[in-house]
Design a protein around this ligand. Structure first.
Ligand SMILES: Nc1nc2c(ncn2[C@@H]2O[C@H](COP(=O)(O)OP(=O)(O)O)[C@@H](O)[C@H]2O)c(=O)[nH]1
Ligand SMILES: [Mg+2]
Length: 254
């Protein structure tokens, strides 16, 4: 790795990779080192922010151990498990011109290459990896593919989402998106959806890329346990975007 490392430590990196992590001790080091090995192929300078919260399996110690050895790994920590809060903290702490928000079980360098290829020349402000865009291949179990379709349908019909998917990896121009992340009101598993809807409403140039999704392991939190909180947070988004912040005329696009 050392020979290939190209991250700046004190200067501003081109790319900040933000990865929320929760109870990922078993795959953390391999995933981070594998990603760091490939990142120099797509950028001259990067940092990796591991936004941990609420783990009870030693993930935080493992993340700090990695950060102690490699100064371009930065570790953020909170006590309570909260995916959205971790992601937002990562975005607010990032220093790069571009951010890539990833998941520890994905880390697909092809997405980094394609999204940076669109962001650098200004062809996009935000690039979203979509499991539902034409050409996507989702290799997860049927029940999770169905859950993605239901969530996407509820967001589209209820909260005015225009895209197909909000939960995949995302890359964006930090200065365009950080203020939107700060404005988001819903945390946990629906933070990313609110962020994407806010980006759409702000008129950012958004491009979806079809994902080929192969997870390195099954999700850490059981799908059924997530459903009540997800439904509650979808309800909050519907209320937020329909009642509290309805679209103004100029926001309406075909
Ligand atoms: N910080 C933080 N990260 C989380 C939390 N829940 C999930 N993650 C991370 O979010 C990413 C995706 O989680 P995963 O369990 O694969 O769920 P999936 O998105 O449905 O596949 C992984 O990097 C997890 O470690 C959480 O409560 N807090
Ligand atoms: Mg996953």
């Amino acid at each position: 790795m050392a020979g290939k490392q190209a991250a700046t430590v004190s200067g501003t990196p081109e790319v900040s990779v933000i990865i929320p992590v929760h109870n990922e001790r078993l795959i953390l080091a391999d995933a981070v080192m594998g990603l760091a090995y490939r990142l120099p192929d797509v950028t001259d300078s990067f940092e990796i922010l591991l936004a941990e919260n609420g783990s009870d399996d030693g993930t935080l110690d493992e993340a700090r151990r990695l950060g102690g050895k490699m100064p371009w790994i930065r570790v953020l920590h909170d006590e309570q498990p909260n995916y959205g809060r971790a992601l937002r903290r990562g975005i607010m702490a990032a220093r790069g011109r571009f951010c890539v928000c990833d998941e520890i079980d994905l880390c697909d360098i092809d997405f980094y290459r394609s999204s940076l290829g669109l962001l650098r020349p200004g062809r996009a402000d935000m690039v979203i990896g979509s499991k539902l865009a034409p050409g996507a291949r989702d290799e997860r179990p049927l029940v999770r593919r169905l859950a993605t379709r239901v969530l996407s349908g509820l967001l589209r019909h209820g909260a005015g989402l225009r895209g197909t998917d909000t939960h995949g990896p995302k890359a964006f121009r930090r200065r365009a998106v950080a203020p939107l992340a700060e404005a988001c009101r819903v945390e946990e598993n629906l933070f990313a959806s609110e962020l994407v809807i806010r980006a759409e409403r702000a008129g950012l140039k958004i491009v979806e890329l079809p994902l080929v999704l192969r997870e390195k392991r099954r999700p850490t939190i059981n799908l059924v346990r997530r459903v009540p909180r997800a439904l509650y947070n979808i309800g909050r988004l519907v209320w937020l975007f329909r009642v509290q912040e309805p679209r103004r005329g100029r926001d309406r696009q075909p």
